[in-house]
Write a protein that binds this ligand. Structure first.
Ligand code: BV8
Length: 249
């Protein structure tokens, strides 16, 4: 379902305002399991047991264990950005107009690849947040009930992962809504379009916006896109972004 996207969306052959949404699929080829794939991260854990405020209230040690395991895996030397992350960073640096990268991922692979304009709508695994003050701290160690507070060492266990759990408000929604309404190009990469409100962002784009989905599989949102590219992010994202840059020459 690919119409000619060199349509009215482009000014002098280039997209002006670009909004990108990434999900776990962009990090799959970097070795980070997706949530709903066969190697799904939730396997072994039910989301409601580890990714809700109630779960943390009920069994904080289990929730800390779930995130400690993911943080350690993210920090292992064999996990690094792939060509899709790098292509997005390169495009951002060459794009002359508005660009925003919204990610649902809590890994730091976009940051490590050099992307600057990133909105981490579901938080960041390498940050811890004080449950009393809301202050965030860069965090690469395990977190637990015995973790001293960086400012008040005699306060133990007052830090939580700086991530958005189910039932919690994602970050930056007003910014995302505004960017979506103004976007000429909306590119959704590697997301199953199951989790809201992230899955609704495509519906927040305007009638003039060219919507592209890059995913190995169809999703419940695929029909909302004028262009769907079926394939792996590491090959399809660099190819598509290079086409966009060539068209703008
Ligand atoms: C909220 C952080 C109140 C923690 C996560 C309607 C409106 C609003 C809310 C709801 C609603 N309906 C239901 C809800 C509640 C709920 C929800 O959506 N539930 C779902 C399960 C039905 N949403 C919430 O609770 C949200 N908060 O609602 O607040 C509110 C109300 C109104 C308006 C605003 C707010 C909070 C949701 C955030 C939860 N936290 N993560 C952590 O990581 O532990 S969600 C988790 O799943 C991930 O962070 C990720 O964001 C999300 C979605 O996963 P994906 O990234 O899409 O990954 P997935 O594995 O599912 O899919 C991978 C895709 O990649 C697949 O399509 C696959 O085909 C593809 N792929 C694989 N390999 C490749 C590839 N593609 C390309 N190349 C490859 N190589």
């Amino acid at each position: 379902m690919t119409e000619d996207w060199r349509g009215p969306y482009m000014v002098r052959g280039k997209f002006m305002k670009v909004l990108v949404l990434t999900g776990a699929g962009i990090s799959a080829e970097s070795g980070i399991p997706t949530f709903r794939g066969s190697d799904g991260l939730w396997e072994g854990f039910r989301p409601e047991d580890v990714a809700t405020p109630e779960a943390f209230q009920r069994d904080p040690a289990l929730v800390h264990r779930f995130y400690n395991e993911r943080r350690r895996r993210l920090l292992s030397p064999d996990i690094e950005p792939n060509a899709a992350h790098r292509a997005l960073a390169a495009f951002e640096s060459q794009h002359q107009d508005d660009f925003l990268l919204v990610t649902q991922n809590i890994d730091d692979l976009h940051q490590r690849s050099g992307s600057q304009k990133i909105l981490c709508m579901h938080g960041e695994l390498l940050k811890a947040r004080c449950m009393d003050s809301g202050e965030c701290f860069p965090w690469k160690e395990d977190l637990g009930l015995d973790t001293p507070h960086p400012r008040y060492p005699n306060r133990l266990g007052r830090l939580r992962p700086h991530v958005v759990w189910f039932g919690e408000m994602p970050f930056g929604l007003p910014t995302i809504e505004q960017a979506a309404a103004q976007a000429d190009l909306f590119l959704a990469i590697g997301t199953s379009a199951v989790v809201y409100p992230a899955a609704a962002i495509v519906q927040w784009t305007g009638p003039h916006c060219h919507r592209v989905e890059i995913n190995v599989d169809a999703t419940p949102a695929s029909q909302a896109f004028q262009q769907v590219i079926r394939g792996k992010a590491s090959s399809e994202v660099p190819k598509f972004l290079q086409e966009i840059l060539n068209a703008a020459q």
